[in-house]
Design a protein around this ligand. Structure first.
Ligand code: NDP
Length: 271
């Protein structure tokens, strides 16, 4: 019998995950199909998942925390993040994983060694990124417009500044911008032309950095435009999206991704 997979989100209409996973199933001759499911009430995600004979699912905005809270078994790493993006049906129980974090790490691997990261934003994506970077002993400084989730980040060993406190510190000469990688994990630039942090902080931080990555994909955001103008290596969020999908695909199919599978899934993403 054909296996069914889906992505839950609200909205979900723009998700590229079906193209990516269906291309992978086709390549490996796996009898399976992947669809999109609009889910309005995240607290119902477990019932919805178990009642519809779905073997595995991805979860996107805004349900990742609800998915975490409703899963039967949460992978140890995902439980540090408090959000999950992948469900597997294991004999009628929901086992949950977070592949966003290792997907991000895979995306920055080609930059080479990274030791000190400035992470813009403190939302769900920033939490996943901070947890994976700290697990690799990489220094992480959070810069967010508000104090939201400050304790989460300081508890895992990150420094935390809001815009005003870093501006004050910077103007007093108390900050060396010696970050090798700057990450935009805010939604600034997604549907607007905003910068994720004040320019007087962003420019010197990027000027001294070697690499920049934006989690937003498919466009040069104002943040990436500065990196481009400064001639530092940069990428958008496409690889992050691809690799979270590849890692979820490995969980769905109990296979190890080959370069050919990764290429096929990337082509699927772009189709
Ligand atoms: P959240 O809503 O959880 O967090 C948004 C963050 O952005 C918060 O820190 C918020 O600050 C900050 N923010 C929002 N607007 C602005 C602004 N105008 N200026 C400065 N900061 C702002 O979102 P997520 O963490 O889920 O997603 C963040 C981004 O990552 C999105 O653009 C999303 O599309 C992208 N993403 C990409 C993925 C990929 O695979 N490539 C995967 C997941 C997400 P505050 O805390 O003060 O509200």
């Amino acid at each position: 019998m054909s296996k069914q997979y889906t992505i839950y989100g609200n909205p979900v209409v723009h998700s590229k995950s079906p193209q990516m996973h269906n291309a992978g199933f086709k390549l490996l001759n796996i009898d399976a199909s992947y669809s999109k499911t609009l889910l309005e009430d995240g607290s119902k995600i477990k019932e919805e998942f178990l009642s519809t004979n779905i073997s595995g699912a991805n979860i996107t905005v805004p349900h990742k925390e609800a998915a975490f809270a409703n899963a039967d078994i949460v992978d140890e790493f995902a439980s540090k993040i408090g959000a999950v993006n992948t469900f597997i049906n294991e004999n009628g129980k929901v086992k949950a994983y977070n592949t966003d974090a290792p997907g991000f790490y895979k995306a920055i691997e080609e930059f080479g060694e990274v030791k000190n990261v400035l992470l813009l934003g403190a939302g769900g994506t920033a939490k996943a990124i901070a947890v994976i970077l700290r697990s690799k002993d990489i220094k992480v400084t959070i810069l967010n417009r508000s104090q939201n989730s400050r304790d989460f980040f300081t508890n895992i060993g990150c420094r935390f500044y809001d815009h005003d406190s870093l501006r004050l510190f910077f103007s007093g000469g108390g900050v060396d911008f010696d970050y090798d990688l700057i990450v935009n994990s805010t939604s600034a630039g997604l549907k607007d032309d905003n910068y994720p942090a004040p320019l007087e902080l962003l420019r010197p931080a990027l000027r001294n950095a070697s690499f920049a990555i934006d989690c937003i994909y498919g466009k040069i955001t104002p943040f990436l435009q500065i990196a481009k103008d400064l001639n530092i290596r940069y990428k958008d969020g496409e690889d992050m999206l691809l690799y979270q999908g590849v890692l979820a695909f490995e969980l769905f199919t109990s296979t190890k991704a080959t370069p050919q599978l990764i290429k096929t899934m990337r082509d699927g993403l772009k189709s």
